[in-house]
Structures are given as structure tokens and as C-alpha cells.
Design a protein around this ligand. Structure first.
Ligand code: HAM
Length: 419
């Protein structure tokens, strides 16, 4: 009996030709980050639930309502699909002991899972590309990472469309004293706050600064700012970040209300969103410093800083180079030419040419139609005559021009016209 099962809600397939765009983004980011010394790390998609709970913050949306968790029926372990990769990356790097030898710079890419309400740009399985640097509390780390992102946006053809917002969350002690002020401020307006806002006020008051609730938004104009609580050290860190970014020509705005959705941050935090996205619904990339995370994971104090971008959201803005007509379609006129045609295809591939071989026979016109359908730039036609004379016929599918000659000579022609 046929089983009609579709994809899970909020989880999408990526098919050709879209998958080419994904690959282009992944390899462009990979090469860009490698230029700054960030090497790839791969961590599992499944971790112990416990790893995320306290580290991301028990009062965050991600932990409170968006985690995919399950109990392993064999040993009763409670596991979770990773909702993000910073915590697993820190876990893995600490376990490796690599930080003892100096600053560790890593990059990653892959699927993350959050049970959010699916909508445009918001999925339950989404994909992130990110980096983490562990082992330095120097503000030059965030300067390096932000400069690297500015370079990547240029390479992706989206430099002008994004705005960088920066804030400084200070130290834990500074945030504690700020939270007390914030609670005091909002407590005067309890009557205006709805149930979720009142809950946030008691569990995670900083999140109110990012609230979309119109009653809260109205109050934000008068809210006390964290900046007033910052001591000399936090201020000096902040100044160095801003000075060096300005010197590097990276423009940014200071957003004193910027708080992140996860709890592990201190000092610098930032987000990149499309210009004009006032409600910050489509944030493309977010990150910052998290110097307390390693100790929370039971390790020594190891400073950390990183960012992650949403692949789906970046692709919605990026301008990939026009698809090249890089493929050659191999048209095989007779079954008797199969082995000769296969040899021609292999010779082309050895020279670096991409060859899609026609399978299934059929008339030449039908085979050429298929070549056009998958947007090949050329067709190589092999029939009995070509086989007998040890040559091929090459057809440029755009201009219609045909050449007949030895394989090696025509490979050169393809290479000239496709580079
Ligand atoms: P995040 O802000 O939760 O940070 O996610 C980073 C980016 O992932 C967002 O800016 C957005 O582009 C994308 N994203 C998040 N949720 C979804 C979703 N449901 N659908 C589509 N895209 C989404 C983190 O995850 C931190 N680990 C970033 C970081 C790295 N901080 C330090 N190091």
C-alpha cells in the first residue's frame, strides 16, 4: 500500500538548482573564514539535554518551549536535537584540551532545530554557519570577527543591504545591578503588562528590552539603560571595539536596547539585519562574547566569542554569480558507441570538464532537448562515424556552432569558452 508522507512542518528539502546556491554560500564562507585561521569543527546533532538547559538559559524561549527532546529508550538518557552550535562547540573544544596551546578558532555549518512557529524566514530545521574563538578576552577578537563578516557580505553581494547594531552587556555583576533597576522600573507599570511580559519581568527582565508587545515598546523610551551601570573595564573594552571597527571602515549603530535571545553573553553583542527591518524580524546574523560559558560547563575560565548566521536568511539576500553553463551533455547516437562515448566522457572529466552522460537512448533531437532542459552549455555528439574516426562533434548549445575534431582539441575549446 502506498504511504503518502510529506516533509515535517517547518523542515524543507533543498533541491537542485537551489542546492547550488547553498553550496556556493557554504564554500564562500568557508574560504573567507579560513583566511582568518578558522578551521572546521563538526559536532553531533544530538546532545544531552542538560548541556543546553542552563547554558542557554532556562528562562529563554529556546530552552523553555522550542527544544526537540526525546528519551533514548535503551538507556533512558534525555537527549536533544541541537538548537544552536556554540554550546556544543565549547564542550568539544574544552574536552579536546586544545585551548591549553593558545587561542582556538573554529568554524561550523549545519542543521539546527527549534520548534518555533514556522513562517517566512523562520523554520524548525534551519541551517547556520558560524565561528567561535576560544581562549582570548581581547576585544580584537570581536573586531576580527565583525571585519570578517563585513568581508563575507561583500563577497556575497549583500554588503550595502545590511546594518550592524552593537551593544555592550557588561559583566555579570553589572547586569545584575541593571536587572534590579529594570525590575524596579517596570514594576511601576505592572498594570500595563500582559501575562507573558509579567513572566519575563520575574524570570528574564532583560528580554523585555526586545519585546514586540506594544505596551512594553511604549515604555522603552524611558527605560533605564545598561550603559549607566558599566564600569571602567567594560567601557574600555567597548571603546576599543568601536575605535577599531571605525578604523577598519565598518559602519555600525549603537543600540542600547539590543539583547540576545540566549543567556550566555557578556560585553559585546551584535546583530546584522536588513536595512529597514525595524522590527528585526529577519536578523541574518547574531553573536558576541560569552566569557562565562566555559566555566558554566564545568571547565576553567576560558573566554569565548563568536557568531552564527541563518543560511536561509542569507540566501534570501545574497547575489550568487550567474550559473555557468559549465556542463557538457554527452549525446550518444547508437548503442554500439556506448563504450567509445564512455571513454570520451572520462577523458573530459580527467581534464576537469563536467559531463552529464545521456542514458536511455532515443533520437538525437530528444537527447539535445534534455541537454537544454538541464541548462548545459555544450553537447558532445558521438555516433558511429565519430567512433570510427576517433573524433567527436561539439555543439555550442547557445550559438548553435558545431566543431568536429579530436577530443583533446575540443576539450581546450570548451575550457576556453567556459572560463
Ligand atoms: P541566534 O541569534 O539564536 O544565535 O541565531 C543566529 C542566527 O540563526 C539568527 O540571526 C538567524 O539568522 C538564524 N536563525 C535562528 N533561528 C532561526 C529559525 N528558526 N529559522 C531560520 N533562521 C534562524 C545563535 O544561535 C548563537 N549560537 C550565535 C553565536 C555564536 N553566538 C556566539 N557564537
Amino acid at each position: 500500500m502506498a504511504v503518502n508522507v510529506g516533509a515535517v512542518r517547518g523542515m524543507a528539502d533543498v533541491l537542485p538548482p537551489d542546492s547550488e546556491r547553498w553550496r556556493w554560500l557554504e564554500s564562500t564562507a568557508y574560504e573567507c573564514f579560513l583566511q582568518y585561521g578558522y578551521q572546521e569543527i563538526r559536532t553531533p546533532m544530538v546532545e544531552f539535554l542538560q548541556l543546553f538547559e542552563r547554558q542557554l538559559g532556562t528562562a529563554t524561549d529556546v530552552v523553555g518551549k522550542e527544544m526537540y527532546t526525546f528519551v533514548d529508550g535503551h538507556n533512558a538518557d534525555t537527549l536533544a536535537l541541537r538548537p544552536e552550535a556554540t554550546v556544543p562547540t565549547v564542550r568539544a573544544v574544552l574536552a579536546s584540551g586544545a585551548v591549553r596551546a593558545g587561542v582556538v578558532r573554529v568554524q561550523y555549518g549545519g542543521a539546527m532545530f527549534r520548534r518555533e512557529r514556522p513562517q517566512r524566514g523562520r523554520y524548525r530545521q534551519f541551517h547556520q554557519i558560524g565561528v567561535e574563538a576560544l581562549g582570548s578576552d581581547s576585544p580584537m577578537v570581536e573586531v576580527e570577527q565583525i571585519t570578517m563578516l563585513a568581508r563575507l557580505w561583500q563577497r556575497l553581494g549583500m554588503g550595502g543591504g545590511l546594518c550592524l547594531r552593537l551593544n555592550n552587556l557588561g559583566s555579570l555583576a553589572e547586569r545584575q545591578s541593571y536587572k534590579a533597576k529594570l525590575v524596579d522600573f517596570f514594576s511601576h507599570y505592572r498594570a500595563d503588562l500582559d501575562e507573558p511580559s509579567l513572566r519575563q519581568l520575574s524570570t528574564n527582565p532583560l528580554r523585555l528590552l526586545d519585546s514586540k508587545d506594544k505596551n512594553v515598546v511604549k515604555l522603552l523610551g524611558d527605560v533605564p539603560l545598561l550603559e549607566a551601570e558599566l564600569g571602567a573595564e567594560s567601557r574600555a573594552h567597548d571603546e576599543r571595539v568601536k575605535d577599531c571597527l571605525a578604523a577598519a571602515g565598518v559602519s555600525f549603530t549603537i543600540d542600547p536596547l539590543l539583547v540576545r535571545g540566549l543567556d550566555y553573553y557578556n560585553l559585546t553583542v551584535y546583530e546584522w539585519a536588513p536595512s529597514g527591518d525595524e522590527r528585526r524580524q529577519a536578523t541574518v546574523c547574531g553573536g558576541g562574547r560569552y566569557d562565562g560559558l566555559a566555566a558554566m560547563l564545568g571547565g576553567n575560565e576560558v573566554a569565548g566569542c563568536g557568531f552564527a548566521m541563518g543560511v536561509e536568511r542569507v540566501l534570501a539576500m545574497a547575489s550568487p554569480p550567474p550559473a555557468q553553463n559549465g556542463w557538457v551533455y554527452l549525446v550518444v547516437a547508437e548503442e554500439s558507441c556506448d563504450a567509445y562515448a564512455n571513454g570520451v566522457a572520462e577523458q573530459c572529466r580527467t581534464a576537469g570538464v563536467r559531463v552529464v552522460r545521456h542514458v536511455g537512448g532515443g533520437r538525437l533531437a530528444k537527447q539535445l532537448k534534455k541537454a537544454n532542459l538541464i541548462k548545459c552549455g555544450f553537447a558532445i555528439i558521438v555516433g558511429d562515424d565519430e567512433k570510427t574516426n576517433g573524433v567527436i562533434t561539439l555543439k555550442n548549445l547557445q550559438s548553435g556552432q558545431q566543431h568536429r575534431g579530436e577530443v583533446s582539441a575540443l576539450i581546450k575549446l570548451i575550457q576556453q569558452e567556459t572560463t
